[in-house]
Design a protein around this ligand. Structure first.
Ligand SMILES: [Ca+2]
Ligand SMILES: [Ca+2]
Length: 178
């Protein structure tokens, strides 16, 4: 009888330890990717601040076509747009925002497109197009692809894809003094 109780207690203790491990796993994963460096700063609740662009960023889970996502960003924040990316550092920041928003490494819309003229990529917020991080073989305009996603095949790599595809997205807004 004593042996049975010892076995039961051992099983209960083991399940407690397993439960504790499960509950801490997401935090450890976030720390591994560097999400602890994200901060709200002067941004609204749930938005992350990127000081070099004086802008705020937030990941949204619902999947929308590119143009609908851009309109959503304009509604959700004053001066809101799908984000522009101007450096390797900012590209990594966007991937961290996606991960911290529980988007993992999923493909996500950014503000780049060549809707107006093929192969002339422009940011929807009108900032100059000087930095790009295309995946190998992209952009290939395969079957007429005019909108751009990040996290294609690998974190932080870009791909042109049909604007009608539904993707999750990041919105950004620039802080203004007024
Ligand atoms: Ca195109
Ligand atoms: Ca493509």
């Amino acid at each position: 009888m004593m042996l049975v109780w010892v076995l039961v207690l051992t099983a209960l203790l083991a399940s407690d330890v397993a439960g504790a491990n499960n509950s801490t796993e997401p935090e450890e994963t976030l720390q591994n990717i560097g999400c602890h460096g994200l901060s709200r700063g002067p941004c609204a609740t749930h938005w992350y601040y990127y000081r070099p662009a004086r802008s705020c960023y937030r990941f949204f889970h619902h999947r929308l076509p590119w143009v609908t996502a851009e309109h959503y960003c304009r509604r959700v924040a004053r001066y809101g747009h799908l984000p522009s990316i101007r450096s390797c550092h900012q590209n990594a920041f966007i991937s961290r925002v996606i991960y911290a928003g529980r988007g993992g490494k999923q493909s996500t819309w950014i503000g780049l497109n060549d809707i107006c003229r093929e192969r002339h990529f422009r940011w929807i917020d009108r900032s100059p197009f000087r930095y790009a991080r295309w995946a190998h073989g992209e952009p290939n305009n395969s079957g007429n692809e005019d909108c751009v996603e990040t996290n294609f095949r690998h974190v932080g790599l870009w791909n042109d894809i049909s604007c009608h595809t539904r993707r999750r997205f990041v919105c950004s807004y620039k802080l203004h003094c007024d």
